[in-house]
Design a protein around this ligand. Structure first.
Ligand SMILES: [Zn+2]
Length: 431
């Protein structure tokens, strides 16, 4: 090694980056060699239990079968022991099972990198990133396949956790600071999907067809303090996410389980923040009956603008008097004011009735003056930002067309990573 260093350094001008690259390659090659020896040593010294088949029969050792293994240090040859059942001829690779490399040639470390990279950017870009940062040459299609596979494992892990939480409650509930306000907020956003995922679904396109499927995204966060202006301030790093393309019923349970995990039952003040769609009420009533359900103020403002435009045309803004009534939470009076004159055309009358209906249905979730006094958040900005960062930035890039299965796998991965739970997931896989 010293000879190499002398040779490199004696060149006329130093090339630091070339030195670094060479040393990193040498370190990887050396490490891969040691890792290979470690595997061999482990195989030779690990006590071999009796290997049984699914049928209960004791399986017979049939020597070793080699497979190439790509690790974070590069390729490592590996010959794992192979067992077969004399009765039903099923086979098993117990070494692969112990090392979490069943049916894969990628080590757990490499799969973790593939999943993370593939969840962050498009798969072509992810392949370039892995080559650049990790010296790993992997096809984009492979990254797609493995990232989605890991995403489905994450989803499996979450659904087992959900079932346990719902049945048995939380084992060690998180400690919430006194005065914590506990927020549960959810919203939907469209993700472009392949044509065959849309069969029979009405959509928003002019011809009545759909191009997207709705991802439901939910988040839980807490709030104790106020900012300098006395407005509520979200606790840093307190936001966790769940989401999927699924029915509102299934999503309700997903949201509920996440809230349980975060300390729903320990929280004294629970607030559900939504934009007031019908299914929002169902989820709030089913899973969070004791919560204060607040309908986002800014969506309500938009509906006021819509009413103004029914009366006064497409450029109109809502009168300040209406906005004051809304901010005061005086919805009865607002409905009375906005609905006291009816437009002349039947079409506009119908539109007006629909908009007034929105305020009637949500009136009991619009006590904004009271919420302000109690220092509650009254906007659903956190989950809307989540729709952009967790979903939009990865799944709504131009030209993308997802399968529901693929999209849900990547959504599960991103929610897990952005909730700071990816380490927990990998730890749960350790034998
Ligand atoms: Zn058998």
């Amino acid at each position: 090694m010293r000879g190499l260093a002398t040779a490199l350094a004696s060149r006329q001008s130093p090339d630091f980056e070339a030195w670094e690259t060479l040393m990193l390659q040498a370190a990887r090659q050396g490490g891969a060699g040691v890792l290979g020896s470690l595997l061999t040593h482990w195989q030779a010294h690990d006590p071999r239990p009796v290997i049984r088949c699914q049928c209960g029969q004791r399986m017979t050792s049939r020597g070793r079968r080699a497979k190439g293994l790509l690790t974070t240090l590069g390729s490592v040859p590996f010959a794992r022991s192979f067992y077969q059942c004399d009765q039903c001829h099923q086979s098993r690779f117990p070494d692969d099972e112990r090392l979490d490399i069943v049916n894969t040639t990628y080590s757990p470390g490499v799969r973790r990198l593939m999943a993370r990279a593939g969840s962050q950017t498009q798969f072509e870009q992810a392949a370039e990133d892995l080559l650049c940062y990790g010296g790993l040459r992997i096809e984009p299609r492979e990254i797609e396949r493995v990232a989605e596979e890991v995403g489905r494992q994450v989803e499996q892990w979450l659904s087992e956790e959900q079932a346990h939480l719902v049945q048995h409650g939380i084992h060690a509930p998180p400690k919430l600071q006194t005065g914590t306000k506990f927020y549960v907020s959810f919203d939907g956003t469209g993700v472009p999907v392949r044509k065959n995922e849309l069969v029979g679904r009405p959509g928003k396109q002019a011809d009545g067809s759909a191009r997207t499927r709705e991802v439901k995204l939910g988040c839980v966060f807490t709030q104790v303090g106020l900012d300098r202006e006395g407005r509520p301030q979200r606790d840093p790093d307190s936001t966790t996410y769940v989401g999927a393309i699924e029915s509102s019923t299934l999503f309700g349970w997903r949201m509920y389980a996440e809230a349980l995990r975060r300390g729903l039952e320990q929280a004294q003040t629970v607030i559900v923040l939504t934009d007031g769609q019908r299914y929002n009420h169902t989820i709030a009533q089913t899973h969070f009956p004791d919560a204060v359900h607040i309908v986002d103020l800014f969506h309500a403002f938009e509906h006021l603008t819509l009413i103004a435009r029914i009366f006064w045309g497409p450029q109109a803004e809502s009168p300040p008097a209406w906005r004051d009534l809304l901010e005061d939470g005086n919805i009865g009076r607002l409905i009375h004011q906005a609905g006291k004159r009816l437009p002349s055309s039947a079409k506009r009358r119908k539109a007006l009735r629909q908009e007034l209906g929105y305020f009637e249905n949500n009136a009991s979730h619009m006590h904004y003056a009271e919420y302000r006094k109690k220092k509650f958040f009254i906007g659903s900005g956190v989950v809307e930002a989540g729709c952009r960062t967790v979903i939009g930035e990865r799944l709504k890039q131009s030209g993308m067309r997802w399968s529901v299965r693929g999209a849900n796998a990547i959504i599960a991965l991103r929610c897990c990573i952005m909730s700071g739970r990816f380490e927990d997931f990998w730890a749960s896989r350790a034998p």
